[in-house]
Design a protein around this ligand. Sequence first.
Ligand SMILES: Nc1ncnc2c1ncn2[C@@H]1O[C@H](COP(=O)(O)OP(=O)(O)OP(=O)(O)O)[C@@H](O)[C@H]1O
Ligand SMILES: [Mg+2]
Length: 252
Amino acid sequence: MILEARDIKKSYGNRLNRTEVLKGIDLNIEKGEFVSIMGASGSGKTTLLNVLSSIDRVTSGHIFIEGQDITNLKDKRMADFRKNDLGFIFQEYNLLDTLTVKENILLPLSIRNMKKSDVEKQFELVAGELGIYDLESKYPNEISGGQQQRTSAARAFIHQPKIIFADEPTGALDSKAASTLLRKLQTLNEKSRSTIMMVTHDATAASYSGRVIFLKDGLVYSTLRRGEHSQEDFYKEIMNTQSVLGGVGVES
Ligand SMILES: Nc1ncnc2c1ncn2[C@@H]1O[C@H](COP(=O)(O)OP(=O)(O)OP(=O)(O)O)[C@@H](O)[C@H]1O
Ligand SMILES: [Mg+2]
């Protein structure tokens, strides 16, 4: 087991005006899984991803990554852990405009003492897999949105993190660029046995993963596994669950 969450609760606000967003979430994620998190807007998907990835702290409950309880790490240790052991992909690419594609991708390695030849090898592997190797000396504003997001994905994978967290990674992409990215995430997941947790509201995107966890009212509402299903059948199952859940509407 790579990630274990026990009775995660998260509230915002103060004593007088408090909103409980996560009301007791339990999760077990195996190493090498590609998991999607779905649920209506406001159901707490981003909040869950942020506490699992130590961007934000839980109100109560515990998160174990490879058996280590990360919920009580000091800020500095938490920040180091995030940098060394986790990878992130956000909806808005988050690339640095003044760095080239290659420099952006190599950022997570800059804090490491790695042999230059190993850095090059790892870059060739990841950039090659994501189909952006030829763009290495371009700047973010010289490439398409899809290419920028694949650059950002390469940066998330380059240091071989324990888990990659992606919050709506296809949210700003057209459907063609989205499916290109998702196919590549799927391949990297299979080849490198990396673990991916992806928030998405898009059933097509979720159908690339192996398991979908649905949130509702701050709790896990249900879970679907792809198993031996074709991607198309899995997509249909996801759509069915979504419609029972109340579709992609806003949670009141
Ligand atoms: N920093 C914050 N302070 C107060 N309330 C917050 C904060 N962040 C989120 N919330 C509230 O928590 C709830 C869940 O928000 P969250 O962003 O996790 O939802 P989501 O499922 O990611 O939605 P979306 O699909 O729109 O991205 C919402 O009601 C939101 O207003
Ligand atoms: Mg969100």
